[in-house]
Design a protein around this ligand. Sequence first.
Ligand code: SF4
Length: 188
Amino acid sequence: MDVSRRDFLKGLTGGIFATTLIESTLGSQSMAETAGAIKIKDALANSSICPFCGVGCGLIAHTVDGRLVNVEGDPQHPINQGALCSKGQAVYEVVTSPRRLKKVLYRAPGGDHWEEKDLNWAIRTLAQRIKSSRDGSFINKSEDGTTVNRTEAIASIGAAVLNNEECYLISKLARSLGLIYLEHQARL
Ligand code: SF4
């Protein structure tokens, strides 16, 4: 759309007029009351990183008494400078959505329904299955006789939600098990 200088000045004048009209309608006290009702007024601002993709945009998460009340882009962050894509703008829902999963759901191999499981059961079962897959597929030597001590039956895929230290520990654990297929979302 082409906007002439005259149109721009007319629009500017209209904007100033609208703001003046709102102020005179609400009154200065009402404006102050409105500002007082802003939900982040007394909130604690915590900086964080969007967990959804490898771009790693900076977030500010506002909490009141430990309860999340708002999430927005961090204007000081060098990557996104306050901007967030539609997924990042919806990150608040990861915590607050009534559809958020709070229990382990398990579907058995060949099963057709999900069962609720205890977190300790899930951790123990995962550990047992990783161990049995690893032991059952472990290769000591390659075809030409070179010692390789590896498994090709398990892969590790990291997500952007992992920080440097977590990635370091996960890669250490994976390599100690003999995994050679290690990937991370930020590299894909
Ligand atoms: S806001 Fe969007 S682009 Fe930025 S890290 Fe999140 S998902 Fe990726």
